[in-house]
Design a protein around this ligand. Structure first.
Ligand code: B3K
Ligand code: ZN
Length: 898
């Protein structure tokens, strides 16, 4: 896009069906890195449901046009231009053959066809297919694809595309070919090809109906020993989707391919999922427990897209959450079931807590800034900027609310109806809602607002106990607070909020629940209130004592709950609530409140102190052996600095850091012996196991180690960490030990032990790029000290021979880690972090706009910071705005500055 051109805004309201349809596509590729020739033969016809157009307008980008042929004759009226190809006066129905050339090896955007480590890969969602050939590159155009790949046999022995392999063989001059056919119609964004030197782990499994399927995980030869977990995750995903949703794998063959240069996590191309190596490769020496869990989740996510996304796809990109929100919900449920089955509520809750933590830290922040948008956005400039926390994570919460309202069975009925109605179609979020409503005999008109209103709803709660009448009333009030103006404009009225509640008696047990007008108390002691008005009172009767309310159990809706609990009440809930999520939540509220008060004092330079009762509440969790280690770890982890800074009237990262460090030190010193004991008790001797239980022990042990490094005298912790580093047989323990050593050394700006471990780590894993990413990330996120700014280390690492800006994983491991995961250092008072950020956004903009735009978002909340920071953030944003060219980054910085 030229400097002067104003980016076009695409609006949902302007949707019109395509003027033409494409029924079949036959693609032929002559794969050559600098010059790949693509021949594309399509059956095209006018769309009977659209208004008549004389011209066919195909999208195309960065293509060299060669020729157009209609029904066998050269077509003279084809006009290539910067954004596509215009074909004047075409017939009503015809065969069109287009030939064009692209340059995969120069393609640093990693969208379209590109080369990574000498192999060919594609990424087409959202609009990458138009960088491969001219096409109606929009999701409501669904076609049958046949693909022929031709390439040098020595350089590209493996040739893959979607669907089934029809034929393969040799060609003259050392070349060979493969021909693939996808039996299902699909939109162009699901097209994929892979060609290169790869090997596969293979497995044959039988699905529910008894059909045999071939599963493959393709990687570079030296990574074959890291594919087992991805394969197991795939098999578990296939079984789970059959059991939970009755959905079977519909292809004879399902392939996963790992690539080290990739813009995001993975991509659900039909039958040929392409994955970032980060979400495939794992063995105990190279991958942490978190990596293992993430791989399971992402493999599940992409596999589940086969039905929610591929069999039923989106009519247009405004409906993105139709597939993403639903598929995130499905992968979250899958992970919860894998961890705790359907009934182990405590194990399921740890997954729920992790998901809610991400939602609150990232999506709530998005909702409070210039990129705030509804789950179904109204407009965009660059669709790649809308693969957001709101579309994915809030979208998943919206889907979860159907299940909370209708139960698992009601939700399943809705899903069944959705597939009965829409299999093979490109549909909208409304279609999904109608299926859920109709299957459950409900009118969900009000629920539509969850899709169209931006901003995070706030629910304030007032309670009243009438001892004489034994009545307890809960009054809920909903609104949005003063959010960003763009979000405010979308807010039209109250939402249907499923509000789960329990009442707790003095002995810590749940009280029976009977609402006014009901004949008797319900069996369950958790009740989902359907809260539909701005202001609404629910009255419980036969309440024998004044209860303590447990509000929004299991986080039943993506809202902020305001209720004035006392510190004692929170400590009581932390000790007793039967809802494990709310037990954790009580601890977080308690910690957040203390930390924000302390940050306020730190900002004015006042002395800090922490009440003994708070320490005692945490001590109880630490030593409560009835709680699972995984839960204890989550409950003892303080809210993140980013989350806390966002809660302040004026974000002050330095003050938050000081407050959080103060509390960590206080908890470390006060509970020293307990931490030590927990550290010893939760070692996991014997062979490494990636089970949730074993991971829970490691997590709690390593949290203890991290607290111990905060002790006034950390010498013992350093010895423990150094020993753990040396003895570790797995990456979880090794990385945690290295991180502990770095943390202990922060005040002095380094130590011999830390340096020794860093050097050893590098040498040991020099040949494992994903582990070297961790090496960069650990250094970029380290605490640093007053005299030892981390920016100096980061700048030095930018010149390290292993650093490579073109590789997104490496860029994320160093630059994003520093700019987005080390707030106290990034927001240094002198503005050095922002200057660095601006340079990197500008450099990335020229290489890879999608990655650059993600980085650009790290300053979007600039208006909420203290005045000095605000001014230097604005200056950095203005510098970027003046220099960047891509539509992607311009949309982000222009919205931030508007
Ligand atoms: N659908 C892809 C994301 C594509 C992102 C394009 N910028 C992966 C996923 O959500 O499963
Ligand atoms: Zn997805």
């Amino acid at each position: 896009m030229a400097d002067t051109e104003t980016p076009n805004v695409i609006r949902r309201a302007d949707y019109a069906p395509p003027a033409f349809l494409i029924d079949t596509v036959a693609l032929e590729f002559d794969l050559v890195p600098e010059r790949t020739v693509v021949r594309n033969t399509m059956r095209v016809r006018r769309n009977p449901d659209a208004s008549r157009a004389a011209h066919l307008e195909l999208m195309g980008e960065q293509l060299e046009f060669v020729s157009a042929v209609i029904d066998g004759k050269p077509f003279p009226n084809a006009h290539p231009h910067e954004h596509g190809l215009l074909l004047d006066n075409v017939p009503d129905s015809f065969e069109l053959t287009l030939t064009s050339i692209c340059n995969p090896v120069e393609n640093t955007t990693l969208s379209g066809l590109y080369v990574s480590s000498g192999n060919f890969f594609t990424q087409c969602e959202a609009e990458g297919f138009r960088r491969i050939t001219y096409f109606l590159d929009r999701p409501d155009v669904m076609a049958s694809f046949t693909v022929t790949l031709r390439a040098s046999k020595a350089d590209y022995p493996v040739l893959l595309s979607n669907g089934n392999l029809l034929e393969e063989g040799d060609l003259p001059d050392g070349r060979h070919f493969a021909r693939w056919e996808d039996p299902f119609k699909k939109p162009s964004y699901l097209f994929a090809l892979v060609a290169g030197k790869l090997v596969a782990l293979e497995e044959r499994v039988k699905t529910g109906s008894g059909k045999e399927k071939l599963l493959q995980v393709w990687v570079e030869p030296h990574d074959l020993d890291k594919t087992r977990h991805a394969m197991d995750s795939l098999i578990h995903s296939i079984r789970w989707d059959e059991e939970r949703f009755g959905l079977e794998l519909d292809l004879d063959r399902f392939m996963i391919v790992a690539v080290s240069d990739f813009n995001m996590g993975a991509m659900e191309n039909k039958g040929l999922n392409i994955f970032n190596t980060k979400y495939v490769l794992a063995n105990p020496e190279t991958a942490t427990d978190t990596d293992f869990a993430n791989i399971e989740a992402v493999v599940g996510h992409e596999y589940f897209h086969n039905w929610t996304g591929n069999r039923v796809t989106c009519r247009d990109w405004f409906q993105l959450s139709l597939k993403e929100g639903l598929t995130v919900f499905r992968d979250q449920e899958f992970s919860a079931d894998m961890a705790g089955g359907a009934t182990d509520e405590a194990a399921r809750a740890t997954k729920r807590i992790e998901d809610v933590r991400v939602l609150r830290q990232m999506q709530f922040a998005e909702d409070a800034g210039p990129m705030a948008h509804p789950v179904r956005p109204e407009s965009y400039v660059e669709i790649n900027n809308f693969y957001t926390m709101t579309v994915y994570e809030k979208g998943s919460e919206v889907v979860r609310m159907y299940q909370t309202l209708f139960g698992r069975d009601g939700f399943r009925k809705g899903m069944d109806l959705y597939f009965r109605r829409h299999d093979g179609q490109a549909v909208t979020c409304d279609d999904f809602r109608h299926a859920l409503a109709d299957a459950n005999g409900r009118d969900l008109a009000q629920f539509e607002r969850w899709y169209s209103q931006a901003g995070t709803p706030r629910v304030s709660v007032r309670t009243r106990y009438d001892a004489a009448q034994r009545r307890y009333s809960v009054t809920l009030k909903q609104g949005y607070g003063d959010g960003v103006p763009a979000a405010r404009e979308t807010q039209k009225g109250p939402l249907l909020i499923p509000f789960a509640i329990g009442l707790i008696g003095k002995d810590g047990r749940d009280l029976p629940l009977q609402l006014d007008g009901e004949a008797q108390a319900s069996a369950s002691t958790t009740r989902v209130l359907e809260f539909t008005q701005t202001d609404q009172t629910f009255t419980f009767v036969n309440v024998g004592e004044e209860p303590l309310p447990s509000l929004l159990r299991n986080f039943s809706a993506p809202v902020i709950v305001e209720y004035d609990y006392t510190a004692d009440q929170l400590a009581f809930l932390l000790a007793h609530d039967s809802d494990p999520f709310n037990r954790w939540e009580a601890g977080q509220r308690l910690a957040t409140r203390e930390l924000l008060a302390l940050a306020g004092r730190a900002a004015t330079g006042a002395a800090l102190q922490l009440d003994d009762s708070v320490v005692a509440a945490f001590a109880r969790v630490l030593t409560d052996e009835t709680l699972s280690p995984a839960f204890r770890e989550l409950a003892l982890m303080l809210p993140s600095e980013a989350y806390l800074a966002e809660q302040m009237a004026e974000s002050n990262p330095a003050a938050v850091h000081a407050a959080r460090q103060f509390v960590r030190k206080r908890l470390a010193n006060a509970l020293r012996d307990d931490w030590l004991k927990v550290y010893e008790q939760h070692r996991t001797p014997g062979a490494y196991e990636a089970t949730p239980e074993a991971a829970g022990h490691r997590a709690l042990k390593n949290l203890a180690l991290s607290y111990l490094t905060e002790l006034d005298d950390a010498a013992h912790a350093v010895r423990l960490a150094a020993a753990q580093y040396e003895a570790a047989d797995n990456m979880t323990d090794r990385a945690a030990a290295l991180s502990a050593l770095l943390n202990a050394a922060a005040p002095q700006g380094g130590s011999a032990e830390a340096q020794h471990a860093l050097d050893d780590f590098y040498r040991r894993f020099e040949k494992e790029p994903l582990v070297i990413d961790k090496w960069f990330a650990l250094q970029a996120t380290q605490r640093g000290g007053a005299q030892h700014p981390v920016i100096d280390t980061v700048r030095k690492l930018m010149t390290h021979p292993a650093f490579n800006l073109k590789n997104p994983n490496r860029a994320r491991s160093l630059i994003f880690s520093f700019c987005a995961a080390n707030p106290a250092q990034f927001h240094a008072e002198d503005g050095s972090g922002y200057a660095f950020w601006a340079d990197q956004v500008i450099a990335l903009d020229a290489l890879n706009p999608q990655v650059a735009a993600r980085l650009a978002r790290s300053l979007e909340l600039w208006r909420r910071f203290t005045p000095t920071l605000r001014d230097s953030m604005r200056a950095a944003l203005e510098k970027v705005a003046a220099q960047v060219k891509s539509r992607d980054v311009r949309e982000i910085v222009e919205k931030a500055l508007a």
